[in-house]
Design a protein around this ligand. Structure first.
Ligand code: FMN
Length: 123
């Protein structure tokens, strides 16, 4: 499964580098094309907001997005990693996982399990 991600200060970038053999596409402008099923991984900005470039990508590629996940920081309280919830509310995407900053080993494992489950044939 293709992992499409956005990272402003490097945390999400560090997280995806910990995944085993991922296929990656980085969102820079939001004009990128997935062209195949993918999982969208983003940071959270503003007050629980989806970054603009990610919003643009999601709108244009929604038919290909199978699930989302978000990085955030618990210091933001109820807005913690809320970009994932915002995307789920707007487009109905499943939320696979939320994690702090660049994630711990458990976060990497949980996220990857979620991705693998999506790739399994549906019963
Ligand atoms: C201006 C700004 C606003 C942020 N707002 C939130 C927020 O509302 N909720 C949250 O959980 N994290 C928030 N964060 C934390 C980032 O989402 C978190 O540090 C994330 O790991 C950044 O990923 P990146 O390094 O890949 O850009 C904010 C960070 C910045 C700099």
């Amino acid at each position: 499964m293709l992992i499409v991600y956005a990272s402003r200060t490097g945390n999400v970038e560090r997280f995806v580098r910990k995944l085993p053999a991922p296929r990656l596409l980085q969102i820079r402008t939001g004009e990128e094309e997935a062209g195949e099923p993918c999982v969208l991984l983003t940071y959270t900005t503003g007050l629980g907001q989806v970054p603009h470039e990610v919003e643009r990508f999601a709108r244009r590629n929604q038919a290909h997005i199978r699930a989302v996940a978000a990085s955030g920081n618990r210091n933001w309280g109820s807005n913690y990693a809320k970009a994932a919830d915002q995307l789920a509310a707007a487009y109905g995407f499943e939320v696979i996982h939320k994690f702090e900053l660049s994630g711990r080993a458990e976060d990497v494992a949980r996220f990857w399990e979620g991705v693998r489950a999506l790739a399994l044939p549906r019963a």
